[in-house]
Structure formats: structure tokens, C-alpha cells
Design a protein. Structure first.
Lengths: 115, 372
């Protein structure tokens, strides 16, 4: 799992990434900034519950991805099967340029989670 | 601009950039204070206040930053009061009254808060947000019966209002009506599943009502299913007719409504867009253009819940203040954009032209903020 995250972190514009179980427990992380990992894990679980509830009631199907843009950066929460992949990005990153790497990493995390 | 001014501005911008970079890697209270000072010296007091707010959220026990943030907020509130009073004189709408009342309340001016609410209710009796603020005042005064009456009115006008439902549950507990309190909390779990604070309150109310929960999961599942049925029963046959009536219900026929309606129509005209909803800071729908099968109040509540959960935790997620979000589902996307105190959500198919959508959202944002 750490190798997947380390490879993703080499992508320009990515500040770090984590794998969080759906109950909010951090399974693996590789962050280049100071952050409260446990807190991020717990928050992710709460956000995921809100997202999945909304998608179900608005009939938009299974959750795929949530990208938040804030004043200091972006974060992408990506479905990875039994877990989610969290990617912290620079605010000015071109999502088109990093989408492929994020998708590949999420697919790899999904595979690892099955093992 | 003279050469010296240019040099001064260049130095100021460089300092701001450098501080922002340092903050991204190793945030400290001192760095937030320095960045706020740099913005203030550059003449951007609004940005300075924003930085102090983020710093205080990140370091709530740092005394200097919390003191400076409180000062900045006080100044901001005085400016906002003047702006709101002017706006009510020229272009009155119910959200302005509710917001003005809330600003008075934040300054502890309870009589002014109450008077503003009464004026707002008289002018716009069908808007739930003002009843909510009035209910909050009665709660602060511990006048539980009066609080319940106002909050019940607020919930009657918008049955998916998180704040009103939660406060009403707390008031019912004070009045010794735990079963009624539990019903309000279950209603919240319908559009805010898994909300930890609500689950905790529900557990206490159920225990008080002599109906202890068997476990956390049971509470979530049972709460959602039971409430879902109750809401459908309450909504009854008039559910579909509620769609697309929000603007007219709040303030019929004004210039503001026409501008928002036109903006909604422009958004809907973008190829791939399937609907849009504009929600105010109380979670009430200001304008909506949605598929007939969707209940606009429920959609508004779901969007508000996502916004509240995300924006409330944005600092913890290391992204600063929430600006926008893009949710991708299997068969469609939701774009959520913060427009000052309102939230715009646009629903689109996965194949929507993003460039055109973003431009139309920017145009709509200008209209919505001007009409506020």
C-alpha cells in the first residue's frame, strides 16, 4: 500500500495521500505536510456518509469521487472499494493532469484491499 | 502607479506568497497572524479577517489569534449590519431580515434581534429562517414554550431544516417530551445519515423516553427507514406540487426572483445539466429548478448537510476555507459552490461540458450575490 502512495506522491501538484477505511480508520498514509491523520480519517468517514446518503436519495448511483477546493488547497476523496483514497493537492493543480494517476492508484488500492 | 508603489506592491505580494507557502507546510499561530497583517497592510482587510478565522479554527486555544479574530469579526459585523439595513430599505427579502437578526444576536443585542425577526415575519410570513432565529432567542431566554412555538412554525415551513429540527428536539427535552424530541432527531437522520452528534442526542432522548437503542447501527438504520415513511406520509399527494414553487412562496414577483429564475434557466440550458438548487445559510431553498420526481426541500437539506459536513471540516482536511466541491456519482455529478452565505448545487450528467458549466455558474454567482 505504501508503494502505491509513494508512487502517486511523485506526481506534480500532489502534497500527500492516504488510504482510509470506510469506518474512518487510517490504513496507510504518505503526507509531505503536517496534518492530523486520525482527524482526517474520522472526518472522511462522516463526509462519506453524507455523500452516499445524498447520492442514493437523488438517484445518482454509487459514489465515485469528491473533489473539494478550498482557499489553501484541494482534496480528492476517491472510491477504492472497501476503502477510500484521499489525495491532498495544491490549489492550482490541473485536475486533468493528475486524474489518470489518481485513478490508477485508486484501482491499485482496491486490488490490495481484496487481498 | 509610480515606481515606488510598484516596488512596495511587489514586496507585499512576495511576502504574502512566502507566508502562504510556509503555512501550507508547517502552520503555526504566528504565521497566521503574520499573513493576516500582510493582507491588512496590503489593504485587503476582508482577506485578513478570513486568514484570522482560519487560524482560529486551526488553533482554537492560541489566545492572540482568537482575540484578534474576535476583534475582526466585530468590525465585520458592524459593516454587515449597515449593508443589510441599506439593502432591506431598497430590496427587501426574507433572508436579509433573518441574517440581520442573526448579526444582532451575535452581538448580544437580543431586543434588536427580536424586533428584526418580528418585522421580517410580518413582511415575509412564509419564510422559516426568521422563525428559527426567533426560536433561538427564546431558547437563550429559557422560554421553552415560546421557543417550541417558533421552532414548530419553522419546521412546518421547512421540514428538512437541520438547525430548527435539532433545536426543537432540545426544546422538547426541556419540556419533558422525549418521544417528540426523538421524532425530530429521526427526521434529521433521513437527510443527514450517520451524523454523530444527532445519533448521540437520539440515544439520550430514546433512553429518556424508555426506548433504549440496541446499538449504533440499529439507530441509524431504523431511524432512516422509519422517518422516511413518516415523511412520505406527511408529504402526501401534494409532494410533487411543491417543486418549483420556492421563489414564489418566499417573496412573490420581485425583481430578485426574476433574476434568480433567469439564472436558474440559464444553468438548466447548459447541455448535460439536469437541475439546480440555491440554498441559504439556514438550509432553506431560495430557488430551485429540479426534476419533477425530486422534492426540492429534501434536495436542499441533503446539499446543506454535505456542505455543513465539508465546510465545517475543511481546515482539518488541510484545504483552508471551503470554496467548491464536485461530487461524482455513477450516473451524475453534483457541483457545489459557495456564494457568500448561499450554496448553489448544480446537477449534471457525467458528459456535461465542464467549461461551459463553470462559466454559467460564474455568471449565476454574480447574479445571486448582487440579488442577496
Amino acid at each position: 500500500m505504501r508503494n502505491i502512495l509513494a508512487k502517486l506522491n511523485k506526481t506534480h501538484g500532489i502534497r500527500g495521500c492516504m488510504v482510509v477505511n470506510r469506518d474512518g480508520i487510517v490504513a496507510a498514509s504518505d503526507l509531505s505536510i503536517e496534518a492530523d491523520e486520525t482527524g482526517i480519517g474520522a472526518v472522511t468517514s462522516t463526509i462519506l456518509a453524507a455523500l452516499e446518503g445524498a447520492l442514493k436519495r437523488i438517484h445518482l448511483g454509487r459514489f465515485g469521487r469528491f473533489v473539494i477546493t478550498g482557499s489553501e488547497g484541494k482534496i480528492a476523496v476517491v472510491d477504492a472499494g472497501q476503502a477510500v483514497l484521499l489525495v491532498l493537492l495544491n490549489r492550482d493543480v490541473n485536475m486533468g493532469m493528475v486524474n489518470v494517476e489518481i485513478k490508477e492508484a485508486a484501482a491499485a488500492v482496491m486490488e490490495k484491499s481484496k487481498m | 502607479m509610480g515606481f515606488l508603489d510598484f516596488i512596495h506592491q511587489w514586496r507585499s505580494n512576495s511576502r504574502i506568497r512566502s507566508l502562504e507557502q510556509q503555512l501550507q507546510h508547517r502552520p503555526t499561530p504566528a504565521l497566521y497572524l503574520q499573513l493576516a497583517d500582510a493582507h491588512r497592510e496590503a489593504g485587503n482587510t476582508q482577506k485578513a479577517a478570513q486568514v484570522l478565522k482560519m487560524g482560529a479554527a486551526r488553533f482554537p486555544s492560541a489566545p492572540e489569534i482568537t482575540r484578534r479574530q474576535a476583534e475582526a469579526e466585530k468590525v465585520e459585523r458592524e459593516n454587515e449590519k449597515r449593508r443589510l439595513i441599506d439593502r432591506i430599505q431598497t430590496h427587501p427579502n426574507p433572508i436579509l431580515y433573518a441574517r440581520l437578526a442573526e448579526v444582532y444576536k451575535a452581538d448580544g443585542e437580543l431586543e434588536m434581534t427580536s424586533a428584526t425577526c418580528q418585522k421580517g415575519i410580518k413582511a415575509f410570513p412564509k419564510y422559516g429562517g426568521t422563525y428559527l432565529v426567533l426560536g433561538q432567542i427564546y431558547v437563550e431566554k429559557k422560554q421553552w414554550q415560546e421557543a417550541a412555538a417558533q421552532l414548530e412554525k419553522s419546521v412546518e415551513l421547512d421540514r428538512y431544516n437541520y438547525q430548527a429540527l435539532r433545536l426543537l428536539a432540545q426544546v422538547y427535552m426541556q419540556l419533558g417530551r422525549p418521544a417528540d424530541a426523538a421524532q425530530q432527531l429521526e427526521a434529521i437522520l433521513y437527510f443527514a445519515p450517520g451524523d454523530e452528534a444527532i445519533l448521540e442526542l437520539l440515544k439520550k432522548t430514546k433512553e429518556a423516553a424508555g426506548q433504549p437503542l440496541s446499538g449504533r447501527q440499529a439507530a441509524v438504520g431504523a431511524g432512516i427507514q422509519r422517518t422516511g415513511r413518516t415523511l412520505v406520509q406527511q408529504r402526501g399527494a401534494d409532494g410533487a406540487r411543491q417543486v418549483k414553487t420556492t421563489i414564489q412562496r418566499i417573496s412573490a414577483g420581485s425583481q430578485r426572483d426574476k433574476a434568480l429564475n433567469d439564472g436558474m434557466a440559464n444553468l438548466r440550458a447548459v447541455s448535460g445539466v439536469t437541475g439546480a438548487v440555491l440554498v441559504d445559510q439556514y438550509g432553506l431553498v431560495v430557488a430551485a429548478d429540479l426534476d419533477q420526481s425530486l422534492d426540492e426541500s429534501l434536495v436542499g437539506a441533503l446539499i446543506t448537510n454535505i456542505y455543513r459536513t465539508t465546510s465545517g471540516n475543511a481546515v482539518k482536511l488541510s484545504v483552508g476555507q471551503f470554496e467548491e466541491g464536485l461530487i461524482e456519482g455513477e450516473s451524475g455529478n453534483i457541483h457545489i459552490v459557495q456564494l457568500e452565505e448561499m450554496i448553489l448545487a448544480v446537477f449534471a450528467r457525467p458528459d456535461v461540458k465542464m467549461g461551459m458549466l463553470e462559466k454559467t455558474i460564474r455568471d449565476f454567482a454574480l447574479v445571486a450575490v448582487q440579488q442577496k
